[in-house]
Design a protein around this ligand. Structure first.
Ligand SMILES: C[S@@+](CC[C@H](N)C(=O)[O-])C[C@H]1O[C@@H](n2cnc3c(N)ncnc32)[C@H](O)[C@@H]1O
Length: 400
């Protein structure tokens, strides 16, 4: 048993036993999927107006209390997914370091720097982008940084900025998955990755563990960007789970669109209701009650109206639309289904952070099982970035 394994196990049990409330595709269903199993829940959902939905999205505690009537584990799920913030330590930075760094990115990297320990080791910045984090680490700690990044143009920009600022940063252009990149991981080093997607941050943890690197700090994101078709748990305890997560499930931790402003919400309503309207239409035309995904659409294309959208989508999916279709009827169907999708997504929101923590604790348990002392917490408030979890692991061979 390791430090995070009891938490992981409990979350695993609750996510598994409540799968019917989150592990499905709201888009694919043309009615609330709990119509038979939980009619009371459906009645409650249909009684909510847009404002009430927005309020529950903002207030996870209120949502968990409201849903507890039908999902008795709601309060425990909410509690288990609460994460403490790391204590933050002021680390003064020279002036001018933020040149060219967007405001929110600057807040993220300074917050990241202020919560990670100073170990006086050289740094490895994994999937560095333009190396903004590396810039702050080099300036704040005075130790050398190696920044690995795939895109040559980003390496060049980062390199030029580092030279201008006279900072000890070396860029390496390389593919993080290429075994050749392992040469940049060594034991006396503090590896970091801010928002390296899915398999990219996983590959860092695995390589650091294999080389017994002294420390690694990562802030995971985009859990669905994996090469396998399903999630491959990292930890021994994770491999015992009976949950099988596809990419759609792995997107759930990132789904927070409904709290967007009026304009974005309106745009989303148009796009999603058009898609759902077309889906209902294609089911009718093909005589087959299966959901049909449609590729991404240029936003401007939506301005041409629902009928045009259907023609475009039918062409993409090679569906022949007969003459005489009542497009107004199918558009209305789409709008009705949008309301149902919103309500099913509201219930799934209860599981959003718990599922993220399940993924985070799998990573934490993996590092613990590999001989590391691990901590998990938030490094900045959510408005700065919703992907605000930081996993920090330090090699402690005696904990094996
Ligand atoms: C979400 S960005 C994060 C960048 C930076 N860490 C930050 O927070 O600003 C992910 C970065 O990973 C890089 N990347 C993607 N695939 C990669 C690979 N296979 N090897 C190395 N870097 C990769 C991308 O080019 C991108 O710069």
């Amino acid at each position: 048993m390791t430090g995070y394994s009891p938490l992981y196990s409990r979350l695993d049990a609750l996510l598994t036993s409540n799968r019917e409330f989150w592990q499905f595709m709201p888009f694919a269903s043309n009615q609330l999927i709990w119509t038979q199993s939980h009619p009371g829940l459906c009645q409650w959902l249909m009684s909510l107006d847009d404002e009430a939905i927005a309020r529950y999205i903002e207030d996870g505690d209120a949502l968990s209390q409201a849903l507890a009537e039908w999902i008795p584990d709601a309060a425990e799920l909410y509690q288990l997914a609460m994460t403490e913030s790391y204590p933050s330590q002021q680390k003064p930075l020279p002036k001018g370091l933020d040149i060219g760094i967007p405001g929110r990115k600057w807040q993220q990297i300074t917050a990241f720097n202020q919560v990670i320990p100073t170990l006086e080791l050289p740094w490895l910045e994994w999937c560095a982008g333009k190396g903004y984090l590396g810039r702050v680490l080099a300036a704040s700690h005075g130790t050398a940084v190696t920044s690995l990044e795939w895109q040559q143009a980003l390496c060049e920009e980062g390199e030029a900025a580092a030279r201008k600022l006279k900072l000890p940063i070396d860029f390496v252009q390389g593919d993080a998955f290429d075994p050749a990149c392992e040469q940049h991981i060594c034991s006396q080093q503090h590896a970091v990755a801010l928002h390296a997607c899915g398999d990219l941050h996983v590959s860092l943890l695995q390589r650091v563990a294999a080389k017994q690197g002294r420390a690694v700090s990562i802030s995971p994101c985009c859990y669905h960007l994996i090469r396998a078709s399903h999630y491959q748990p990292l930890s021994r305890i994770g491999r015992q789970s009976t949950l099988t997560l596809g990419k759609h499930d792995l997107r759930l931790p990132l789904q927070e669109t409904v709290t967007a402003g009026q304009r974005v919400r309106k745009q989303r309503f148009v796009e999603v209701s058009f898609r759902l309207g077309f889906d209902s239409l294609q089911r009718f035309v093909r005589g087959c009650d299966d959901y049909m995904p449609v590729p991404n659409v240029q936003k401007a294309q939506l301005n041409n109206g629902f009928e045009e959208f259907c023609r475009w989508a039918a062409d993409k999916k090679q569906v022949t639309l007969p003459a005489g279709i009542d497009y107004q009827y199918w558009q209305q169907m789409g709008e009705n289904r949008f309301a149902l999708v919103e309500r099913m997504e509201l219930v799934r929101q209860l599981f959003r952070r718990p599922l993220e923590m399940w993924l985070v604790f799998d990573r934490a348990c993996y590092m613990e099982e590999s001989g590391y002392q691990v901590s998990v917490g938030t490094f900045c408030p959510k408005p700065i970035t919703p992907r605000n979890i930081l996993i920090h692991a330090e090699w402690m061979p005696e904990s094996l």
